[in-house]
Write a protein that binds this ligand. Structure first.
Ligand SMILES: C[S@@+](CC[C@H](N)C(=O)[O-])C[C@H]1O[C@@H](n2cnc3c(N)ncnc32)[C@H](O)[C@@H]1O
Length: 355
């Protein structure tokens, strides 16, 4: 069954999350205790927040400045702040694994999300990246998110609404598979079909999007689709967890021929302990989250010019017709993707010096 669960087009004005001023009913508040433990609540007059160290009346917070300190009935002190988006996405309910803030920040920055951008996302998962994208593109932008699992979509919808304080007018969440490459718009049911058919999955249109972000298992299956859905100069960004996925999606982008040479990287975030003379890296860190790949769309019909670089040793296996590798000094042309040579596909490795 395909259906849309968000994007009614309501204005956020008056609903959107408040970012400054004294606390008011409906605001989210993050309480941090002396040990750095955090709790998040939504202020409601007459209610209390309970911890194992006593309770705090919401009314004690309403009207107070952000950054105040409150004392629970058991004596413990808590700093009260509105949660940052990074805090929110790490503490919200999860279905699928969320994009970590360090990666979301890189996607927003290096995938160049801008106010008013039209963005396609798949899959929406728990809606963490959707929040970051919506905040970057704003109410004038347009985010279309596909999520194949209805249970995850429901979580994403609640998380996004929870963050923005209501449905975001720039968001359209579609429950269903992102259509396969080059799939036509859904066909009407054949007249002989006795079974009731699910609603067709809305199909992205040609050049509908400025940016595309894939956080899904097999993004390479949608490279040709992305090429069709992106404007010339548009950008695709893929977030993948494993090296095999990384290799496959980069080669798919190169093999397509309609993208500028992809850029791939990983970022590591290592906190530091800074206290007097004890200044050292934190002992613990999140060692791996994922790899990011970006590539820009060329104009339709244009093929990337060959890169004037030689392949790294062992980068590609010989094919039967290549007549053998000649080492990095050679310019052997391995057949790629059936009809392109590696040179044509712009696949020569940047690890080896220019000619
Ligand atoms: C890692 S999660 C995405 C997490 C999300 N970016 C976030 O920050 O919360 C990947 C999601 O992609 C969905 N997915 C995988 N393939 C899909 C497809 N072809 N179409 C739509 N959704 C897909 C999965 O159901 C899963 O929820």
């Amino acid at each position: 069954m395909t259906h849309e669960v968000a994007g009614a087009g309501a204005s956020l004005s008056g609903v959107i999350i408040k970012r400054r001023g004294p606390f008011a009913p409906g605001d989210q508040v993050q309480l941090t205790d002396e040990k750095g433990r955090r709790h998040r609540l939504v202020l409601t007059g007459g209610r209390s927040f309970h911890t194992h160290r006593g309770s705090i009346a919401h009314d004690d917070l309403i009207g107070m400045d952000e950054g105040c300190v409150v004392r629970a009935s058991g004596g413990a002190l808590y700093v009260a702040l509105r949660p940052l988006l990074a805090d929110y996405t790490l503490s919200m309910a999860r279905g699928a694994t969320v994009v970590y803030p360090k990666d979301a920040a890189q996607i927003v920055g290096l995938a160049d999300m801008f106010p008013g951008a039209r963005v396609l996302e798949a899959g929406a998962g728990s809606g963490a990246l959707s929040c970051w994208l919506l905040r970057a593109i704003g109410e004038e932008g347009h985010l279309v998110s596909y999520e194949r699992r209805a249970d995850f979509a429901a979580i994403a919808q609640a998380n996004v609404a929870g963050y923005f304080g209501g449905p975001h007018p720039a968001w359209r969440l579609i429950v269903g598979d992102l259509p396969a490459d080059d799939a036509p718009s859904a066909d009407p049911a054949p007249p002989t079909d006795p079974a009731p058919r699910a609603d067709p999955v809305p199909h992205p249109g040609t050049q509908d999007f400025d940016r595309i972000v894939f956080d899904m298992l097999a993004p390479w299956e949608h490279v040709a689709g992305a090429a069709n859905w992106l404007v010339p100069g548009g950008l695709i960004c893929c977030y993948v967890a494993t090296t095999t996925q990384l290799s496959r999606v980069v080669e798919a982008l190169r093999g397509h021929g309609g993208f500028v040479e992809p850029t791939a990287w990983e970022s590591m975030h290592r906190g530091w302990h800074v206290e007097g003379l004890a200044v050292r890296p934190e002992h613990r860190m999140v060692g791996h989250t994922g790899f990011l790949v970006t590539a820009r769309r060329l104009a339709p019909g244009v093929t990337a010019p060959p890169r004037r670089r030689r392949p790294a040793k062992g980068a590609y296996q010989e094919d039967e017709g290549s007549g053998g590798r000649t080492g990095t000094g050679g310019r052997d042309k391995l057949t790629y993707n059936g009809n392109q040579t590696r040179d044509q596909a712009g696949m020569l490795d940047s690890a080896v010096a220019d000619e």
